[in-house]
Design a binder for this molecule. Sequence first.
Ligand code: MN
Length: 214
Amino acid sequence: MYTQIQLPYAFSALEPHIDALTMETHYTKHHAGYTKNLNDAAQKAGVGDREITELLSNLDSIEDEALRAAIRNNGGGFYNHNLYFGALSPDGGGQPDGAFRSVITNTFGDFDTFRDKITALAAGRFGSGWAWLSVDKDNKLILSSTPNQDNPLMQGDGTTPILGIDVWEHAYYLKYKNLRTEYLKALFNVISWQKVAENYDRVVRVGNINRKSA
Ligand code: MN
């Protein structure tokens, strides 16, 4: 059984950056829908006992084409939103500090360069999708974007996301209408770098259970 994360903050807690109605609709309708549909499809495919990271890293193992597509779309939607909501906080914003700040600056030069690059990927994603900060199998940070509810796990090469930026219109349209870049600017006020750093530490420490040897 796959379950949505419990939000450690109220739907209104990210105001004015992310409005309460968007948060409530996103979590109780969109994310809940992906989760229910994932559970239904995974049960039918007989894979409901797999870790979600294992499931998404090995979609080819699902023989039935329709169930594979349902698990890709809804399993992605389930996992991606757990990561997204889990990295937001009313106490977020600012910049990383400590060891993770060094990881960012060693990779991208400085935080502003990192922020501009991931923002450009998010703004430039045509249609619905995500921008990602991930850790690859060599523990290096990489940026990417994907369409729909795809994510870097689906590459199957051990790349594991630690921050996902949702650029589906449902993430911002009620407040920002077509102004995706305004949403992206606002989102940076509620990203918890402490949470992202914890994600990084966990991936580097225990790895994605599905990492394949290089
Ligand atoms: Mn979404």
